[in-house]
Design a protein around this ligand. Structure first.
Ligand SMILES: [Zn+2]
Ligand SMILES: [Zn+2]
Length: 314
């Protein structure tokens, strides 16, 4: 008999929703980063929807995996060790997922600790700049207002709106927090090549999460040369046409096509655990992908033309 789930769990899919029995949600967050549900809650939600597998991919931490693994074993669902690393490539932010990572790799753990410390320092700098600008805000009050959150700019904006210091969170970005505004502080990011190397060294497979719509194919090819093996082709921010285009590109470049809900909270419509899934064949490709540098050759006929090199995804 299956264990009973706690009544507190509110990660519900519509009652008639049933993904295919062997599908996997490969992109889910928990309270260990910026999600609002605990590792056990997301495991239970995945089991209830009927998924075969679930990857917990918290931002810059693997601390949820140990407890989730035990819960997954109770429910008979596969828990895939994952992470989402905040990276930078050519001056823009990219998110890289690592699947099948070992959660005790010392180099990966150290790099993630640096990123997390950077986040704490960044928040401190933002608060201090806002105070200099005459606003009333303290780290303590932010923590009180969002007790379970990993605090970032969005929370600061929301706090300023709640305390009546701006009319709405968007105004906070326009006036203070947005790029180039006086309380904007750069986020610490890992260089993408280093992130891919860390994921590989930890036994994982690197995937590009929610690729930007204007991502150039040349960039993608360079990331593949660095060791990228997979890419998200569907998720909550994808239009149907974008999803189709990236899927075609993944096929052409030999990338494994992944998808996931990027679940953070039950209140985001259409983003429950298991709302968007990776089919079984792609999960198996991911599982069987060789470790180390990629050995699959890019199709030389299609891929060497300069037109293809400069083609944008969007
Ligand atoms: Zn992301
Ligand atoms: Zn995510």
């Amino acid at each position: 008999m299956k264990p009973q789930a706690s009544k507190a769990i509110a990660v519900t899919a519509p009652s008639r929703y049933r993904p295919s029995r062997d599908a996997a949600d490969l992109h889910v967050h928990t309270t260990h980063s910026d999600g609002v549900c605990s590792p056990c809650e997301v495991v239970v939600a995945a089991a209830r929807v009927g998924l075969a597998a679930l990857a917990i991919t918290d931002h810059d931490t693997v601390s949820a995996l140990g407890v989730a693994r035990r819960e997954a074993a109770r429910w008979g669902i596969e828990l895939i060790g994952g992470v989402e690393l905040t990276c930078e490539y050519e001056g823009r932010e990219l998110h890289l997922l690592g699947h099948f990572i070992l959660d005790d790799d010392p180099d990966l753990l150290e790099a993630m600790a640096v990123l997390r410390n950077g986040r704490v320092d960044r928040l401190r700098s933002i608060v201090s700049r806002l105070k200099t600008l005459g606003l009333s805000i303290e780290e303590k009050s932010l923590k009180r207002a969002f007790p379970r959150a990993v605090l970032g700019r969005r929370h600061v904006a929301e706090f300023l709106a709640r305390t009546g210091q701006v009319t709405n969170p968007q105004k906070a970005f326009l006036q203070y927090l947005g790029d180039g505004r006086p309380a904007c502080v750069e986020k610490l990011r890992l260089e993408a090549g280093r992130a891919i190397a860390l994921i590989e060294a930890a036994g994982g497979i690197a995937a590009l999460a929610h690729p930007p719509a204007d991502l150039r194919e040349l960039t993608l090819r360079t990331l593949i040369e660095l060791g990228l093996r997979a890419i998200e082709v569907d998720g909550p921010g994808f239009s149907r046409s974008l999803s189709r285009r990236i899927k075609a590109q993944a096929d052409r470049l030999g990338l494994i096509a992944l998808a996931g809900s990027d679940f953070h909270a039950p209140d985001r419509p259409g983003r429950w655990v298991g709302a968007i899934t990776t089919p079984h064949d792609q999960l198996e490709r991911l599982r069987m992908a060789p470790k180390g540098r990629p050995d699959h050759a890019i199709n030389p006929v299609l891929d060497r033309s300069s037109a293809a090199l400069n083609q944008s995804v969007e």
